[in-house]
Design a protein around this ligand. Structure first.
Ligand SMILES: [Zn+2]
Length: 151
């Protein structure tokens, strides 16, 4: 399943291209309690911010934001309900873990944050979504997902 991590593979490039369009369109009009969170983040060690957001918030946001609906595995083309496929699941590309992407997001607002400007949690989380432009989220069946996560 190396192609899922290979930036040059068709599945990687195609998934990312569709995903980037999805992100742009969905950010235009989504109402979401995480993205709309106006809690002001105090300047502090970026590790603290990442730990706070990675404790459920970022994972929940991914679940609600990338609300893809499909019955077919993008990798094996297996269909839900057949051959032991119970469900189709979101699988984050293994090149980055969630905290890596959060780190990219915090780095992008660090001039504002440490320069005395107001930064909200929602603003960081919006960056977090946008920073998935390097990291495809694949819709895999539970069997492929299991295999992928063991690599
Ligand atoms: Zn599959």
């Amino acid at each position: 399943m190396e192609e899922l991590n290979n930036r040059e593979s068709e599945i990687f490039k195609n998934t990312l291209e569709k995903q980037n369009k999805f992100i742009t369109e969905r950010l235009k009009n989504i109402r979401n309690k995480y993205l709309d969170d106006d809690f002001i983040v105090a300047p502090q060690k970026k590790e603290n911010i990442i730990r706070h957001l990675n404790n459920g918030i970022a994972a929940n946001l991914i679940q609600t934001f990338f609300n893809y609906k499909t019955d077919t595995c993008i990798f094996c083309k297996g269909v839900k309900g057949e051959n032991g496929i119970r469900q189709i699941e979101r699988a984050h590309c293994n090149n980055y873990c969630r905290s890596d992407i959060l780190e990219l997001a915090v780095a992008e607002i660090s001039d504002k944050l440490y320069g005395g400007e107001t930064v909200t949690a929602g603003e960081i989380l919006k960056k977090f979504i946008e920073k998935h432009d390097c990291c495809p989220i694949y819709m895999l069946c539970n069997k492929c997902h299991n295999t992928y996560d063991k690599k």
